[in-house]
Design a protein around this ligand. Structure first.
Ligand code: ZN
Length: 208
């Protein structure tokens, strides 16, 4: 229950961050050096940018129109951004295999909060998407919330890691929640809504 509550709170925070802070994203992107707003796709005007809300920083992959960010896009937490960088070499290996014609590529890594980064044979793009587990089931299913990146856009995203990291205060000191002390025991880790968004009740078999 606590997990669901936290998840709801997280989604609400994201929603608020997006709703109330589209102008804030614009302001921050303009006030900091222009390396905090990086174009990923010239045709569609999709930009990578950073904003802060309630002391948290969010990394946006978002469409812009007439110089303003739109609701069309995704907001990543610092941890999700950190995880994308951690998984990037694995992702690169899978993209290479896909481009070489391997029909069995099916890569998916958890970024936290049920968000995954995926690449799959037959779909020549990187998919950053939120999943969910329908009640009473254990398999995760994709939701409409997500962002598809062409490989070219993904390469620009990778090229932007260093510049965007510099826009997030103390990001070089960042530690994901699972490296922190409260995750040292199994129950602590399982009750974390970031690491285990489906809730620890689904995993009571692991607690014996
Ligand atoms: Zn965690």
């Amino acid at each position: 229950m606590a997990t669901q509550k936290n998840d709801k709170k997280f989604r609400l925070n994201i929603k608020k961050a997006v709703k109330q802070n589209l102008s804030e994203i614009k302001k921050l992107s303009e006030s900091k050096s222009n390396t905090c707003k990086i174009e990923l796709n010239g045709d569609k005007n999709i930009f990578l940018s950073v904003s802060s809300f309630n002391g948290q920083h969010y990394i946006h992959i978002r469409s812009w129109k007439d110089g303003k960010p739109t609701k069309d896009g995704i907001s990543l937490t610092e941890q999700m951004w950190w995880e994308i960088q951690r998984y990037s070499s694995e992702l690169d290996d899978n993209i290479l295999q896909l481009q070489q014609g391997n029909q069995d590529v099916n890569y998916k890594s958890h970024l936290g909060k049920n968000w995954h980064i995926c690449v799959q044979s037959g779909y020549p793009f990187v998919n950053i998407r939120r999943y969910w587990t329908p009640p009473g089931t254990i398999n995760i299913h994709p939701t409409k919330q997500g962002q598809i990146l062409s490989f070219e856009m993904y390469n620009r995203l990778k090229d932007s890691f260093i510049d965007i990291n510099k826009c997030i205060p103390d990001f070089d000191q960042f530690q994901p929640c699972y490296m922190q002390i409260d995750h040292a025991n199994v129950l602590g880790a399982l009750s974390c809504s970031t690491c285990n968004p489906t809730g620890y009740k689904d995993h009571t078999d692991l607690l014996v």
